[in-house]
Design a protein around this ligand. Structure first.
Ligand code: PLP
Length: 390
């Protein structure tokens, strides 16, 4: 008999869809897989080279400090100075096995059974399950904001005071980016109400058009603060497989996280930590090259998807690398689809196109497409979507 928490947990729908698509591809089926948020670029060469040198020099043979190599924490501190002119202490940084583990450890140190954690729908699939794993209760507000952003109005209508608010900017899956004013007002509300605020900024380097990304780092000191910043190298540096992320917070929280991590991982894999040092300290032009490429894919996809019948995109995304689009309810009824999960499954079986449904992101009625894929795959995906929806 397995523990009850296993039954209460939803498997990650994006990983499940990604696995199904990869299995079909292995069976020789021509699947276009737009399910996972994974850049199609290679990790830049300078980063791989740094990892190989670390192995050759036997720097990778022993445990490191649980919360990461001091050189990597210093690289995070230096990046905060370079990008936002903010000074941090090394001790305010905890390096983890991907941003996912930073979030998991955070939920473990912040959430007691019964505590309420709030975010806005649509939200990244793991927030709800990580809160459940900590015994907390999770609520996703469907905001009336046209870009689904969490507003002060939403927060002030809450009947129960949350312990934690999670905000993800740029957002996965909607692509919305919070303005400076919007962020400042949420930060101010959480301060006034003595609520923890987790800012997940993993897509912070991926914004488009004239959008400016504002990090919580430049708006609020983290010393004695209840705000926590989450980031990592996965998305901006095409390093999803290396599994390096981090949290930046007041030392009371980074020390508590380190205590938990000491019993989970001992330390993030050392070779990946050396790679991440080079990602942060080395040349940054590949980040801009990839960002530009994502932007041109967004522009043509947004145009082409807007012309397909029976789907609509609520607003043009300004960050991350997803398009979250709505399915016309008349189309669903006419074709006997009970929900968008069924549409997602039908797209996979009939069109060999892997796109997860909004259900896993807390917003049924939508599908999420990742455009971190080659232009050829995206053009083919548009063709298949056009065929299916018309
Ligand atoms: N936060 C968000 C919003 C994400 O989309 C993801 C990955 O998809 C993560 C965190 C986790 O990233 P990592 O690969 O660093 O664990």
């Amino acid at each position: 008999m397995l523990a009850k928490r296993v039954d209460s947990l939803e498997a990650s729908p994006t990983l499940a869809m990604g696995k199904k698509a990869k299995d079909m591809i292995a069976d020789g089926i021509d699947v276009v897989n737009l399910s996972q948020g994974e850049p199609d670029f290679n990790t830049p060469d300078n980063i791989g080279r740094a990892a190989r040198i670390a192995i050759k020099d036997h720097l990778t043979d022993s445990y490191t400090a649980t919360n990461g190599l001091v050189e990597l924490k210093n690289a995070v501190v230096a990046a905060a100075k370079r990008d936002y002119n903010v000074s941090l202490l090394t001790d305010q940084v905890v390096i983890t096995t991907g941003a996912k583990l930073a979030l998991y450890a955070l939920m473990q140190i912040l959430v007691d059974p019964g505590d309420l954690v709030i975010t806005s729908a649509p939200f990244w699939v793991s927030y709800s399950e990580q809160v459940k794993l900590a015994g907390g209760s999770f609520k996703a507000i469907v905001s009336s904001d046209p870009q689904f952003k969490l507003t002060i109005d939403d927060l002030s209508k809450l009947e129960e005071k949350p312990k934690v608010v999670i905000l993800n900017t740029p957002n996965n899956p909607s692509g919305a980016v919070y303005s400076k004013n919007e962020l400042e007002s949420i930060i101010s509300w959480t301060k006034t109400n003595d609520v923890y605020l987790i800012l997940d900024e993993i897509y912070g380097k991926l914004v488009y058009g004239d959008t400016v990304f504002h990090s919580g780092l430049s708006l609020e000191s983290l010393v004695n603060s209840k705000m926590i910043i989450i980031n990592g190298v996965s998305k901006a540096y095409a390093m999803t497989g290396w599994r390096i992320g981090w949290a930046i917070a007041d030392v009371s929280m980074t020390h508590a996280m380190t205590k938990i991590l000491g019993h989970l991982t001992s330390n993030p894999t050392v070779v990946a930590q050396y790679a991440a040092i080079e990602a942060l300290n080395g040349q940054q032009k590949s980040v801009e090259t990839m960002r530009k490429s994502f932007e041109s894919r967004l522009n043509f996809l947004y145009r082409d998807l807007s012309e397909i019948d029976n789907i609509s995109i609520p607003f043009k995304p300004s960050g991350s690398f997803y398009i979250f689009f709505k399915i016309d309810s008349k189309f669903m009824k006419k074709n006997n689809f009970k929900n968008t999960n069924e549409i997602s499954m039908a797209l996979l079986s009939e069109e060999k196109l892997a796109i997860p449904s909004g259900e896993g992101f807390g917003m049924p009625g939508y599908l999420r497409l990742s455009y971190a894929k080659s232009e050829a795959e995206l053009i083919e995906a548009v063709k298949r979507l056009k065929h299916f929806f018309s």
